[in-house]
Design a protein around this ligand. Structure first.
Ligand code: ATP
Ligand code: MG
Length: 415
């Protein structure tokens, strides 16, 4: 893509009320735009990252056999009354139309997916299965000061699994732990993310959160480095040691929950009478699990954790582009033509090979400005074509995550 054609620009001015680092960087670099507190537009660069995260997550969910669906955001009030959550969830957006009819804007989807599953489950032969969606959620977050980490409208992957008994749920749940680990590793958060034991509510002792250590986090966790797991402070009152190895030397850190997995068991099957007939014709409640990841939160967390003083540092798997090709013209007409022809050729070759490249072909933008923008945007590898590099028949190649650059002969450029 030609940067000269990008309708967005890097920004110097920020919304006055934007205090979070992730949103400041993402707005300045032109990845998102703020509409109001907790509500953001994904611009072309940000949307590309979001799509890469989506693809990464989708592949992993399909890898465990989950089937993708898309459920609505507008939910009938009756469904939420059935679970008691119309009254009990204080972050639920409620909307009333002109006829007086009330709906909820979905903040999670048990109230929709359970009645849906009920239409297709009658026998043990219909189990197990799992469905997921990647879709917008709405939550009346009172404090929406953390940029895209805490949206009032945000994109979540939510997966729901249906089983005939707890043993089958357990097996799937353990598999999902592996899948989640892979997702966070591939997204570049592997070193900073901990499987965290959290309060399980009334149905199981623990649920599990995936917490990434960052000063931007709103949770406190206690880490056991030996087992690479953590405890959420909210549950630690009666537990001051690692649940795996008994280690009492735990490290306190601030962290953000990037995902969680939860054994719902019969919590939602009971109110919706979601049952199946077992091998002996006996009716039993379906056993469920649910598994969430916030895509925008994951994106924002990567920005919080991996940026430096010059801007964002995208991990390869979710970068908006793999390469940033930057051309710097010359005042000398002949030299200028040669530089631009060379850059255009490299760009066309890359396009033909299907390589993801942003091409900074902007005219009348200074060297300093181009480099500053390039560092701010944070594409993993920069290829610079200038009068200086062409004197050596070379381009300058620099990784965003490294200080040093190197000259590579143009005919040895191996992309
Ligand atoms: P938190 O404690 O941070 O409010 P939660 O426990 O309410 O999170 P869940 O309801 O379990 O979160 O949602 C599943 C996932 O969705 C979370 O792990 C997180 O990644 C993401 N998420 C939750 N709330 C938001 C939000 N307001 N904005 C962006 N992502 C969110
Ligand atoms: Mg919440």
């Amino acid at each position: 893509m030609r940067q000269s054609k990008l309708f967005t620009k890097t920004q110097k001015d920020l919304p006055k009320d934007e205090v979070s680092k992730n949103a400041q960087l993402l707005i300045r670099a032109g990845f998102v735009d703020k509409l109001q507190a907790g509500v953001y537009t994904y611009l072309p660069l940000g949307f590309r990252v979001l799509k890469k995260i989506e693809k990464l997550i989708r592949e992993e969910m399909e890898g465990v056999g989950a089937q993708e669906i898309l459920m609505p955001s507008l939910h009938p009030k009756e469904n939420w009354e059935k679970t008691g959550r119309w009254e009990s969830m204080d972050d639920l957006y409620k909307v009333k139309d002109s006829s007086g009819r009330e709906n909820a804007l979905g903040l999670t989807h048990e109230e929709v997916v359970v009645p849906l599953a009920k239409k297709f489950i009658s026998s043990y032969k219909d189990l197990p299965f799992s469905v997921f969606q990647i879709q917008n959620k709405f939550r009346m977050e009172l404090r929406a000061k953390s940029g895209i980490l805490r949206g009032r409208e945000f994109i979540m992957k939510d997966l729901y699994s249906f089983h005939k008994d707890e043993a089958d749920l357990k097996e799937f749940y353990e598999k999902m732990k592996g899948v989640y680990k892979t997702v966070f590793e591939k997204a570049g958060l592997g070193d900073n993310t901990y499987l965290t034991f959290a309060s399980g509510g009334s149905f199981s002792k623990y649920s599990h959160e995936y917490q990434t250590v960052t000063p931007a986090g709103e949770d406190i966790i206690y880490i056991c480095e030996k087992c690479r797991i953590a405890l959420n402070k909210e549950i630690i009152e009666d537990q001051k040691e690692c649940p795996e190895c008994g280690n009492k030397d735990l490290k306190e850190e601030k962290a953000i929950e990037v995902g969680n997995i939860f054994e719902l068991k019969t919590k939602f099957s009971v109110p919706f009478e979601l049952r199946y007939k077992d091998e002996n014709g006996e009716e039993k409640p379906v056993i469920m699990g649910c598994y969430g990841i916030g895509l925008g939160r994951l994106l924002g967390t990567v920005v919080e954790v991996l940026s430096d003083e010059n801007g964002i540092v995208w991990p390869e798997n979710i970068a908006p582009f793999s390469y940033h090709l930057v051309v710097l013209g010359s005042r000398d007409e002949d030299a200028d033509k040669k530089i631009k022809d060379t850059a255009e050729k490299i760009y066309n070759d890359m396009q033909e090979k299907g390589i993801d490249v942003l091409y900074d072909d902007r005219e009348k933008v200074s060297f300093g400005e181009k480099i500053k923008d390039s560092d701010l945007i944070g594409i993993p590898t920069r290829i610079l074509v200038s009068e200086k590099t062409l004197k050596e028949n070379s381009v300058e190649v620099k990784k965003r995550s490294e200080k040093e650059s190197r000259l590579v002969k143009i005919d040895e450029l191996d992309l």
